[in-house]
Design a protein around this ligand. Structure first.
Ligand SMILES: Cc1cc2nc3c(=O)[nH]c(=O)nc-3n(C[C@H](O)[C@H](O)[C@H](O)COP(=O)(O)OP(=O)(O)OC[C@H]3O[C@@H](n4cnc5c(N)ncnc54)[C@H](O)[C@@H]3O)c2cc1C
Length: 386
């Protein structure tokens, strides 16, 4: 492995050591039971890894996105799935950048210490999907409260989080100049809200990913839970997306490296027609191609991290990294499954589980077409399509 691909070796080694305590069997059994990897998330939290991006002033380790990306990558590279806890890494960024000092003091040290989880962010809605500015959930101010009504879909980790960031409309779309104005973000205390205006309905899905439909029926949120200025929520959410996309790219790099490693190993060991299948170029070349694409995606991930960590605009790099890495991981998944032949379908090899898990990232948190749309419009200057 080249130097750049092995950035932050000390962090890699420590995360790998922690992950070694949670081998394939652990994640396989959690997947089969549709469970939550509670012990794994606890261990990561106790070791401080999920507080990597929280500044030292608030009890975290104040690391950069480059280091954080390596933590996420190593989880997936070890055979695990960071999807159970990655929200904790980037959701707090919204609070950090736009929250008041009082809000930061109230929540961040407790998140860093593992006393509170901020794993969830509620943006997507069933009737508007990717067209976020058209969302229908409303928060109406009444004295010292906001009253929330509406519905969200695909909101992850709500059952394993204490706090959730909610995007809702506070000024009607007909009363604002630009459709991106008039939305606000709030911190929702899930313990207080659930059953008292918030109903959570789990969605069974292809992966073992805890995700839910949310129904808001006159949920009351104290005004002090508004983050930043009323009406600027959409902008605040956008600010956080580059970190999210870059970290997801890193997880895909981790998946890709896992698939390449497993394919390589199996191709070297499996003997058919009296020789290892990897001796056939028809088997070896797709593995080599998958390797090349995963390594290229990894470099774009670092390009995004470096710009983010220098405080420079990184929308183009974050989107390109997410696209390249999700695609490379998915192609590596296909190659790994094909290399394993029938055994690729057997749960005990873990290939089919990782195959399902990595497929998600071509759709969420942003789908391929929406990345193309961003690059076409904002990087290439092509005419806007919506
Ligand atoms: C397991 C899972 C977990 C998730 N977790 C969260 C979460 O925690 N919080 C949250 O807010 N959301 C979450 N999501 C939602 C996710 O971000 C969305 O599913 C995703 O952004 C796509 O939106 P959509 O499903 O509404 O698709 P749609 O917007 O309905 O789009 C459907 C398809 O049409 C394409 N399309 C739409 N419009 C255009 C266009 N103009 N041009 C070209 N193509 C277009 C899209 O690319 C997509 O492929 C999650 C989703 C999943 C599946």
């Amino acid at each position: 492995m080249r130097d750049d691909a092995e950035r932050h070796p000390e962090i890699r080694e420590a995360v790998r050591a922690l992950c070694a305590g949670f081998p394939d069997k652990y994640f396989r059994e959690i997947d089969e039971a549709r469970g939550y990897p509670e012990a794994f998330v606890d261990a990561l939290t106790k070791a401080g890894w999920l507080a990597a991006l929280i500044p030292q002033d608030y009890g975290g380790s104040g690391l950069g996105l480059s280091e954080a990306s390596v933590i996420m990558e190593e989880i997936n590279r070890s055979g695990g799935n960071a999807g159970a806890c990655h929200g904790q890494m980037y959701n707090m960024g919204t609070l950090l950048r736009h929250g008041s000092e009082a809000q930061k003091r109230k929540y961040l040290p407790r998140i860093a210490a593992g006393e509170l989880r901020l794993q969830s962010m509620a943006v997507t809605e069933p009737t508007t999907g990717t067209d976020t500015t058209q969302l229908k959930t409303v928060a109406v101010r009444k004295a010292d409260r906001y009253v929330v009504n509406g519905q969200k879909v695909w909101i992850s980790r709500v059952q394993h989080s204490d706090l959730m960031i909610l995007l809702a409309r506070t000024t009607s779309a007909t009363e604002v100049k630009r459709k991106s104005e008039g939305m606000s973000i709030f911190i929702v205390d899930l313990g207080q809200a659930t059953g008292k205006g918030l109903t959570v309905r789990p969605i069974r899905n292809m992966v073992n990913h805890e995700t839910n439909e949310l129904f808001f029926d006159n949920l009351e949120i104290p005004v002090e839970n508004l983050i930043g200025d009323e009406g600027k929520g959409f902008q605040y959410i956008l600010d956080g997306l580059n970190a999210e996309r870059t970290l997801i790219a890193a997880e895909c790099v981790g998946d890709g490296r896992w698939f390449v490693e497993r394919a390589k190993k199996y191709a070297g060991e499996r003997v058919v027609f009296g020789r290892p299948i990897g001796k056939n170029q028809g088997v070896a070349f797709p593995i080599a191609e998958a390797y090349i694409e995963v390594e290229a995606a990894s470099l774009m991930r670092y390009a995004a991290c470096d710009r983010f960590d220098r405080g420079e605009p990184c929308g183009a790099e974050a989107n390109m990294a997410k696209h390249l890495a999700a695609k490379a991981a998915w192609e590596a998944a296909n190659v790994c499954l094909q290399t394993h032949g029938g055994f690729g379908f057997a749960s005990e090899y873990d290939v089919e589980r990782k195959f399902r898990e990595t497929r998600l990232y071509l759709v969420a948190p942003i789908s391929t077409n929406l990345i193309f749309s961003y690059i076409a419009e904002h990087v290439l200057g092509l005419p806007r399509s919506f």
